[in-house]
Write a protein that binds this ligand. Structure first.
Ligand code: KG4
Ligand code: ZN
Length: 354
């Protein structure tokens, strides 16, 4: 089965052709970063407009690179939630138009489920076998941060163990990068600088947020504010080695919290498999620390290649292929939703939890 996937939930216009087995035949991602960078974040109106401009050529390119044509595709999968409504709408309209014109089945995919299943994609040259169910997944992206238990690929087999109460981990990286003048999106820049820095030399104590040993919830807004306060207390903005040291301190703190809670979740659930997902899973510090801790606890760690971590349509095509294989179909009434379909147990915001 060949599935065309379409993804436009945020600031990447993407299309891909993937088989039911997860083989990636093509994976086209057109980033809008340059259009949003001057504003220091994603501007929804710009996102919708750019998706509308890029979607048709991106889909054409995905079909062409896979050496296939629409008529040979078995189904169309499209991200329907969560995301920016105007941005999602562009992908949905494209998917519906193609499905109607070529008389192909259509399925909507939850973007977060796409991220969680990205570890099953098989790209050329990729050797590592995928995990078996059940596993613990740490999903860390620009919009979401949560720990899940996945007993299968379906929506009702994925259970949230804990999520962030405020900022997502990627959002914290991006905001700290902005404070430090590193541009947008800043995650990769912080990652690069952190590799040259020494957290201990930074001389700043950063709050770890929600460190209660029993809680699986996260909070990253405090650490971002602490970095801002620290920078504000300096005579001039940090540069050179001092900047690298501060990046290292910030990254080490975030990575420590993410790793600690994920491993504890695996131990509580009695599971020995951990999967990383989402854009922040590209972070080298997180990959290295998670690998080191998992090795000492007898846990197998599964980390998708970079291209599968950040937003892409291959993961949407694959998640859609599994839905199609189960006989599931959506109608032309499929519409965008800003929230995930996954059941959420963590409430946003502060306050006591019972
Ligand atoms: O999954 P993704 O591509 O889009 C969302 O669904 O949000 O994640 C993008 C996020 C951004 O916040 C970006 O700064 C972060 O992932 N990111 C990183 C790295 N690469 C991307 N954060 C830390 N280190 C990285 N190497
Ligand atoms: Zn994403």
């Amino acid at each position: 089965m060949l599935v065309l996937g379409i993804e436009t939930s945020c600031d990447e216009t993407a299309a891909a052709v993937v088989t039911e087995a997860g083989d990636v035949l093509s994976d086209v991602v057109r980033s809008q970063i340059a259009a949003h960078a001057p504003y220091g974040g994603v501007v929804p109106e710009i996102a919708s407009r750019d998706h509308a401009r890029a979607i048709a050529p991106v889909v054409d390119e995905a079909l062409e690179r896979a050496s296939t044509r629409l008529r040979d595709i078995d189904g169309i999968a499209v991200t329907s939630q969560p995301g920016l409504s105007g941005a999602l709408l562009v992908g949905l309209q494209m998917a519906k138009g193609l499905a109607w014109a070529a008389e192909k089945p259509l399925v909507g995919v939850d973007h977060l489920v796409g991220h969680l299943l990205a570890v099953f994609l098989r790209r050329p040259g990729q050797e590592a076998p995928p995990p078996e169910y059940p596993f613990i997944a740490l999903l860390v992206s620009g919009g979401h941060t949560a720990i899940y238990r996945a007993d299968g690929p379906q929506l009702d087999a994925v259970h949230e163990i804990g999520a962030t109460r405020d900022d997502a981990a990627g959002e914290a990286f991006d905001k700290v990068a902005k404070i430090l003048g590193l541009g947008y999106p800043g995650g990769p820049a912080v990652d690069r600088l952190a590799a040259e820095g020494d957290a201990k030399r930074a001389g700043v104590e950063l709050p770890r947020g929600m460190v209660d040993r029993r809680s699986f919830e996260f909070s990253f807004s405090g650490i971002k504010s602490a970095v801002a306060r620290h920078v504000g207390s300096l005579r001039e903005p940090p540069r050179g080695q001092a900047l690298a040291d501060l990046c290292a301190a910030f990254q080490a703190t975030v990575v420590d919290v993410l790793t600690g809670k994920t491993v504890r979740a695996a131990e509580r659930e009695g599971l020995t498999r951990i999967v990383l997902a989402g854009g922040v899973a590209a972070n080298r510090g997180l990959r290295a620390r998670m690998a080191a801790v998992c090795a000492t606890r007898g846990i197998s760690l599964f980390v998708p290649p970079f291209a599968s971590c950040t937003d892409n349509a291959a993961m949407i095509a694959y998640a859609g292929a599994l839905r199609l294989a189960r006989g599931e179909r959506d109608t032309m009434a499929l519409s965008p939703t800003t929230r995930t379909a996954l059941l959420r147990v963590t409430r946003k915001g502060g306050g006591k939890r019972s």
